[in-house]
Ligand binder design. Structure first.
Ligand SMILES: [Zn+2]
Length: 599
């Protein structure tokens, strides 16, 4: 469930308003006036070029053709040239030299403009061009790689299907090993990108590329890695119980002795990042029989409307691309679900391929959540450079909150997916949710991914140690090991798509997961007065007002303040522990007498 995160621009009318507001307090200083004039220009140019770039990218993603691709590349180049222009960088830096004399909103816009510029600072055009070319080559190797099983070609989808369904361990191992074959082909490009991404980040004074990505949180690399370590420490008792239960289940399934660490090819996911398909009692797909995809979409929007949030604009329904391409239509579209803020105003669209099943039901609630977030901060007093979430994890966290609310049994009964008398196997639901969406995922995202990428970018880990370090972390954090030793002739980290095309992004997902449970706990306890494992947001305007307050701020305030104002708390994993407390108790019963953990 990905989406496009805007780094946004703003409308001229809003700037006039801000100027007036400043004048109210005291006559603007010359430096404030200079900043206001500069930001008027930056916001206008940014919004215009962002819109053109998004329009062409939308065309390229909803109708994949070489002409659309070329138009998107050209528009992307114009956008990048503007946001990374030397004049913009020089003036933003000069103004920030007077930080104390500028109002907070101005400082936040200038900081954001420099963060946007840092991805492609045209103060060093050769370096930026080298990075763009290397990224494009890496994408071509990644997308063009042919996997082989024995001597036949096998697609990535076939690999995933086999890992989901095969019970033959020899076949599973062969498929898993086949899925790692692109690592060596991707490694030389990744070695180049290690240097180029760091070089680009250093151009505007960031220590390294990982540090640049964490700057949106106002945190250093070490602070972010420590935060992720805290997430894992708090959840560890639950993870060890889940790990134990799963390895006993899998040993039974494959008729094997119980292992100490889980062999990677026993799990359904190639990277052991989620552990789906282990809880048959939680399958809700049969209840979607007779429903249409359009019903799923309308129900998701009705959910947000029922909270009292402003409805998505009418153009959302005419311009979005929500359903699979009909059979026989030669058009190709991007398979990833996403939500777009095309013009940073009211042109909001979603790209999905909704089908009537539980996964798409949750995905629609997730993507429409992004849409409502866009809508809430599209207002005159949010500067367009700050029309994004409080930090990158907030957008995903709020969207995921919609998905979580949509999977609660009382809500599913209210909308008619589940019959009124449905007796939920609550343990099965919690277990499935933990395994599929959250708990093993934290140990992959906060553990293996965050640590390995911090090592590669911030600590310059030499490439001849990459594979050993990867598996060291998979063992240590996830309790998983490869079926046989993996030497440095492999580069198993590079088989993970996002290591190549979305580097240093997983701390955002980990943050979003923790935030989601914290907001959910607050809503369940203080607004709904219902148990967090079994509650219904629908129809409650107070829930809508609570979310609206967070979303309407966009990126105008520090994320810590936004959270504290909303909940009275600092970021905490406690809500996640509490949510799964009944599951932990059940697992401790099931695992009685079994050795827990792998050390
Ligand atoms: Zn999303």
């Amino acid at each position: 469930m990905l989406h496009r995160l805007p780094h946004s621009a703003r409308r001229l009318g809003a700037l006039v308003f801000l100027g007036a507001a400043t004048a109210f307090a005291a006559a603007p200083t010359p430096i404030q006036e200079r900043a206001d004039r500069f930001l008027t220009l930056v916001n206008a140019g940014y919004q215009a070029l962002y819109t053109v770039s998004q329009e062409t990218q939308w065309a390229a993603d909803t109708d994949v053709t070489p002409a659309h691709e070329a138009a998107a590349v050209a528009a992307g180049r114009a956008y990048a040239a503007f946001i990374g222009s030397p004049a913009l960088i020089t003036e933003a830096r000069a103004l920030l030299g007077h930080r104390a004399e500028l109002n907070e909103l101005t400082v936040r816009q200038l900081d954001q403009a420099l963060l946007n510029a840092a991805e492609g600072p045209m103060t060093n055009p050769d370096l930026v061009a080298a990075r763009v070319a290397a990224e494009a080559r890496q994408a071509a190797v990644l997308n063009g790689f042919e996997f082989k099983l024995g001597d036949r070609t096998i697609t990535a989808n076939e690999i995933d299907d086999l890992l989901q369904n095969s019970t033959d361990l020899a076949e599973r191992r062969a498929v898993w090993e086949a899925s790692k074959a692109d690592g060596p082909a991707l490694k030389p490009g990744l070695v180049k990108l290690q240097a180029l991404r760091n070089g680009v980040a250093q151009e505007l004074g960031h220590h390294d590329y990982f540090a640049l990505q964490m700057a949106a949180y106002g945190m250093t690399t070490d602070e972010m890695v420590n935060l992720n370590d805290q997430f894992m420490a708090v959840l560890r008792p639950l993870y060890l119980q889940l790990h134990t239960w799963v390895k006993y289940e899998l040993a039974k399934k494959y008729h094997q002795p119980v292992p100490r660490l889980i062999p990677a090819h026993w799990l359904n996911n190639r990277w052991a990042q989620e552990w789906p398909g282990l809880v048959a009692a939680a399958d809700l797909d049969p209840y979607f029989k007779g429903r249409t995809a359009a019903w799923v979409a309308r129900t998701a929007e009705a959910y947000y409307d029922s909270l009292g949030l402003e409805p998505l604009p009418a153009s959302f329904w005419t311009k979005s691309d929500l359903y699979p391409v009909p059979a026989g239509d030669p058009r190709k579209k991007n398979a990833h679900a996403s939500c777009w803020h095309l013009d940073l105003e009211h042109d909001i669209r979603s790209l999905e391929s909704i089908e009537p099943n539980m996964e798409w039901f949750q995905t629609a609630h997730h993507e429409f959540g992004h849409g409502h977030y866009f809508l809430c901060y599209t207002r005159p007093d949010v500067p367009p450079l700050l029309r994004s979430s409080a930090n990158p994890g907030y957008h995903e966290g709020i969207a995921e909150l919609g998905a979580l609310a949509s999977s609660q049994v009382p809500y599913l009964q209210q909308v008619g997916v589940l019959p009124p008398g449905f007796q939920a196997d609550e343990t099965a639901f919690l277990l499935n949710d933990a395994l599929t969406n959250t708990v093993p995922f934290i140990y992959f995202a906060s553990g293996t991914m965050a640590h390995w990428e911090a090592d590669v970018y911030a600590h310059h880990l030499p490439p001849d140690q990459w594979n050993a370090r990867w598996w060291q972390y998979v063992r240590e954090f996830q309790g998983v090991e490869p079926p046989a030793p993996r030497g440095e002739e492999w580069c198993d980290a590079a088989t993970k798509t996002h290591i190549n095309d979305n580097p240093c992004y997983y701390p955002n997902y980990a943050f979003a997961t923790v935030l989601k449970f914290q907001l959910h706990a607050y809503i369940a306890k203080h607004i709904l007065h219902q148990p967090p494992q079994r509650c219904n947001y629908a129809g409650n305007k107070e829930v809508g007002a609570f979310l609206q307050k967070i979303m309407a701020k966009g990126a105008t305030e520090d994320w810590r303040k936004v959270l504290c104002d909303a909940t009275g708390e600092d970021l905490s994993t406690a809500a996640m522990v509490e949510y799964y407390a009944p599951l932990l108790a059940w697992l401790q019963q099931q695992n009685k007498g079994r050795p827990i953990g792998w050390e």
